[in-house]
Design a protein around this ligand. Structure first.
Ligand code: ACO
Length: 307
């Protein structure tokens, strides 16, 4: 248990909307196939923005939303699998774009769609070490850069965007807890090289198994029931996956908030984008849960109390 809470949220999605009908002109697919199999209606495509721009714009939104002083941030972690360059990291360049004057710790994390949950645990642990006070944690992806528009199995599923949060230490004890793990993907079931390749059915089965397991385990570890959390923020990959998890755990679907219809799968950005769209006026306990390539998976329970 860590004494950490979320104090600000923000997001940025590009303006360009690509509908299922638009994609049906590019590959052999239909709106009916995509929507009935995934729950996706449309997704965003970055035209001029790169992964760094998306990350910066989400961070800026997060900071502006609560009028946060950038000089209070002393750690930036970005979760991404679509950074343009191996170095400098996206986090390093975000600190420059935000105009942070002090020399602070910045780095990126690669854990595919679970990247944001991994980044939250890493940043929370660093804050708990006592050496840092305030961390900006971002998930940012320009997945359209790694889509093969000749592969209808994958190109209809993903979109671009970024989400960000600021986390701080709190005097209230036992505020945050995490599970983050991985299962070796030795048979290359889900890879991202030049393009995303995956065996959709195997990923689907993995997703339902680990999302259910992670939700159950993090509640049990914290001696909580589903009624003790206000909302479940699950990685948005496929509505059928979420329905299946809700069904197997006997959790009402209304406990999950959803935006897959608008953005598709935005990998590490999906959880923070959803969190920023969660309108709550008071303190909420949120359960975040994700899965992804590298066969990563993880869950987090944290309090969200915007400044
Ligand atoms: N339009 C029309 N037909 C299609 C399309 C499409 N866009 N894509 C695939 N098909 C066809 C296939 O060619 C196949 O045809 P065939 O049987 O003649 O070979 C058939 O549809 C497959 O249909 P289903 O078996 O019914 O598909 P399924 O219900 O398994 O849905 C899907 C496929 C949506 C990919 C699903 O398996 C899924 O969501 N898997 C999880 C993917 C995921 O969540 N990935 C996230 C991780 S990403 C990351 O970490 C970066």
């Amino acid at each position: 248990m860590k004494n950490i809470k979320i104090v600000a949220t923000g997001k940025y999605v590009p303006d360009k909307i690509v509908t299922n009908d638009d994609l049906s002109k590019v590959v052999d697919t239909t709106d009916e196939w995509i929507f009935s199999r995934t729950g996706i209606k449309e997704r965003r495509q970055a035209t001029i923005e790169n992964t760094l721009d998306l990350a910066y714009l989400a961070a800026n939104d997060c900071i502006k939303n609560v009028n946060y002083s950038v000089d209070d941030i002393d750690l930036i972690v970005v979760a991404t699998i679509t950074q343009e360059d191996k170095t400098p990291s996206v986090a390093n360049l975000v600190s420059g774009k935000l105009g942070i004057k002090r020399e602070i710790m910045t780095f990126d994390i690669n854990a595919a769609c679970t990247g944001f949950v991994y980044a939250l645990e890493v940043a929370s642990s660093l804050l708990s070490s006592g050496n840092y006070k305030s961390a900006l944690v971002i998930g940012s992806e320009k997945l359209t850069n790694v889509l093969d528009y000749e592969d209808r199995n994958t190109c209809v599923l993903f979109g671009d965007g970024a989400g960000a949060v600021i986390i701080e230490k709190t005097i209230e004890p036992n505020q945050a807890n995490f599970i983050n793990r991985s299962r070796p993907d030795m048979n290359e079931v889900l890879t991202v090289g030049k393009f995303i390749h995956m065996d959709g059915k195997k990923v689907y089965q993995f997703a339902v198994e680990v999302l259910s397991k992670s939700i159950k385990e993090i509640l049990e570890t914290n001696q909580l029931t589903i009624d003790d959390v206000d909302v479940i923020i699950s990685h948005q990959a496929n509505l059928r996956i979420i329905k299946s998890v809700a069904n197997s755990l006997e959790i009402p679907l209304e406990k999950f908030i959803l935006n897959i219809e608008k953005y598709g799968n935005t990998s590490a950005a999906s959880i923070p984008i959803l969190l920023s769209e969660y309108n709550n006026n008071q303190k909420s306990r949120v359960l975040m849960v994700g899965f992804g390539g590298g066969f990563t998976y993880g869950a987090a329970i944290m309090n969200l109390e915007r400044k």
